[in-house]
Ligand binder design. Structure first.
Ligand code: GLC
Length: 645
């Protein structure tokens, strides 16, 4: 479907200053993406308002295109030629708060060498736009989308950092907090001052009638420190929708002006060099009475339109959905049905993360295998972001049906996981903290760094070498699973050197009530310095992860377009994931137990892997007289057939 004449005309007005070749390219992209843009917008804003919005957006896209840096135009062309760039097995992510990682944006520039050493190609810097003063949910309460947090630097610093990262093959990822703004954001301020135009940017109710009705079916995100989903505001003289904290005001996406504002923020930041937008809390964007107001279809239509717009103006940019939702809802964020492959390019694989921890605690892969097998396939043009840890707590998103299918009780298993990771369970060496205990649901989420959750913190404190080895084995096994899945594995800062929970987390201003800060430690320079000593624990963790990433980069089977297929399990302690590529199959086998566990010869023969080599060790597979390959405790093996002679 070509874009109609009036749409091209809206663009042409903004493209007068660009040369004919470049203007023509914009026209081609507009025609290519018009259908997606139109379908997305008209699903949410039918009729005239949608049409007006479309023209406004195309004008904004053309303006941004005209102003875009030549270097970024080049990147756009590169990515248009290689649209699978983010699916490549060489992708490795790293996520950090700029200040906790390296002081400020300039400090991050000075640490690019460190990221390169690890093999990083994707850097997610946690919220860095101006937040409200005081408590701001780690920056997720944005007061101004066009200003950088002054203690980190300026927009010019961000642009320079993006440029330097780009030169080193690292994509800059930032948060687009689009569900809410800070109460101090200009829109909220003007709404409070009585401007109707801005009051309509939010969901405001004169009394409790509607909020009460909505709350019948909403669930609380922060039951401890922010109960309820609405906040009374005197200045507003009304109840405002606040899914998260009372000072994070949900935006009213039913208002086309809100879409236009956020779209312009995307175009602006893309021109500063941002390559990936993390769509924060995207599940909550659309509100509907009688539902949980999560995962509503309009959310996907909005994403589709936003992505189509970016593809027109700045196709180097991709979108990542942060939807920490149940498995059945998750896949839609990568596109299903008519939106197949048309929404976010990336999404967090929350289910995989949860099951990694569940497998390690239970020393059993049966539940994980069942649950992961049950996930519908995702478009082959998309990729998961896989991870062991992030800046948030771990919520035990284990479905009751999945648990029942393998003979477990969902509630009991979730409760076991909370007990295990908080260290309350007899025999557990985990040192996590309980986050947001919700007595109504029995939910106890968990905070903690990877090292503290796998037992490394406890093992080191005990000076017990064998225990340290086992905990390290668990840590690497966890990462081997996420690195062999396909997509972009993202390491959380500090995990690469095995940092334990920050013992002083509660002492920083505004952090005492939120123990997620325990697993957001500052990157300790002393720990980094110990990387020079190959026997140090830091070095063993770092080298272990780097090795996984390097081997992964060389395996075409691990391209994200190749589905991850969970097999078996044959032994309850060994997770089996096959990646069937035309060059042959790769079998990733991970022993999640502290014992030796078998992998049957028949399985290898069935997959054409009788002569396989383990890509992680380079060794040929040796079946014992019992026709089994025995995996060492916590061993991961990535078995591939040798290339034909
Ligand atoms: C996302 C963030 C989380 C934040 C919330 C509200 O879930 O990951 O840290 O609290 O959004 O913005």
């Amino acid at each position: 479907m070509r874009a109609p004449h009036e749409v091209h005309a809206a663009a042409a007005a903004e493209l007068r200053a660009v040369d004919a070749g470049r203007a023509a390219l914009f026209g081609l992209r507009l025609d290519r993406w018009y259908a997606d843009l139109h379908a997305g917008l008209s699903a949410v804003y039918p009729g005239r308002p949608g049409q007006e919005l479309l023209l406004r957006l195309v004008g904004a896209a053309a303006r941004a295109y005209a102003e875009r840096d030549p270097d970024l135009h080049r990147l756009d062309q590169e990515r248009t030629l290689a649209p699978d760039w983010f699916q490549e097995p060489g992708m490795l992510g790293y996520a950090a708060y700029a200040d906790r990682f390296a002081g400020d944006l300039q400090g991050v520039r000075e640490h690019i060498w460190y990221l390169r050493e690890l093999g990083v190609t994707y850097l997610h810097l946690m919220p860095l736009l101006l937040p409200r003063q005081g408590d701001n949910d780690g920056g997720y309460a944005v007061a101004d989308y066009r200003t950088v947090r002054p203690d980190l630097g300026t927009m010019a610093d961000l642009r320079e950092l993006a440029r330097d990262l780009r030169a080193e093959g690292i994509s800059l990822v930032v948060d687009l907090v689009l569900n809410h703004v800070a109460r101090e954001h200009e829109w909220a301020r003007r709404a409070r001052a009585g401007e109707h135009r801005y009051r309509d940017y939010f969901h405001v109710y004169p009394d409790r009638t509607l909020p009460d009705r909505y709350e019948e079916t909403l669930w609380e995100v922060f039951p401890d420190f922010a109960p309820g989903s609405f906040t009374w505001d005197d200045e507003l003289d009304g109840w405002v929708w606040t899914t998260f904290h009372s000072w994070q005001w949900d935006l009213n996406w039913a208002n086309p002006a809100v879409f236009a504002e956020l779209a312009e923020v995307v175009l602006h930041l893309a021109n500063e060099g941002v390559e990936v937008f993390r769509l924060d809390a995207i599940a909550f964007l659309w509100k509907r009475m009688g539902t949980s107001s999560q995962n509503e279809p309009e959310v996907h239509a909005i994403t589709q339109a936003l992505r189509a717009l970016a593809r027109i103006a700045c196709p180097a940019v991709v979108f990542k959905a942060e939807a920490i939702v149940g498995p059945a809802d998750l896949v839609h964020y990568l596109g299903s049905g008519a939106r197949h492959g048309k929404v976010s390019d990336l999404a967090y694989h929350n289910a995989l993360m949860v099951h990694v921890w569940s497998m390690l605690a239970a020393k059993d892969v049966r539940l994980a295998s069942h649950a992961l097998q049950a996930l519908p396939p995702v478009p082959t043009t998309t990729a998961w972001v896989t991870y062991v840890r992030c800046h948030d707590d771990i919520g035990w998103a284990v479905a009751d049906e999945d648990a029942a299918a393998v003979g477990l009780d969902g509630w009991a298993h979730r409760s076991f996981l909370s007990d295990w990771y908080s260290g309350e369970f007899a025999g557990s060496d985990a040192r996590g903290l309980v986050f947001q205990h919700n007595p109504a649901t029995g939910d106890r989420r968990i905070s903690g760094t990877a090292a503290s959750l796998v037992g490394l913190e406890a093992a080191r404190a005990a000076h017990d070498e064998a225990w340290v080895d086992a905990a390290l084995g668990r840590l690497l096994a966890a990462h081997a699973v996420v690195m062999s899945w396909g997509g972009i594995p993202v390491l959380w800062s500090g995990d690469e050197v095995g940092l334990p929970n920050d013992p002083a987390w509660a002492q920083e201003e505004g952090h005492a009530g939120d123990n997620r800060w325990a697993h957001r430690p500052r990157l300790d320079p002393a720990a980094v310095a110990r990387l020079d000593d190959p026997t140090s624990l830091e070095s063993r963790v770092f080298e272990g992860l780097r090795h996984l990433a390097r081997v992964r980069a060389g395996l075409v089977h691990l391209h994200a377009s190749v589905p991850a297929q969970v097999l078996g399990p044959d032994d309850p302690g060994v997770l089996l994931v096959a990646r069937r590529h035309p060059v042959g199959t790769l079998l990733a086998a991970t022993n999640v137990t502290p014992d030796h566990r078998p992998l049957g010869g028949w399985r290898l023969r069935e997959l054409g892997l009788a002569d396989a080599r383990d890509a992680l060790t380079g060794e040929r597979v040796h079946l014992g007289p019992d026709d089994q390959l025995w995996l060492r405790p916590f061993q991961a093996a990535w078995l591939t057939a040798p290339p034909p002679p």
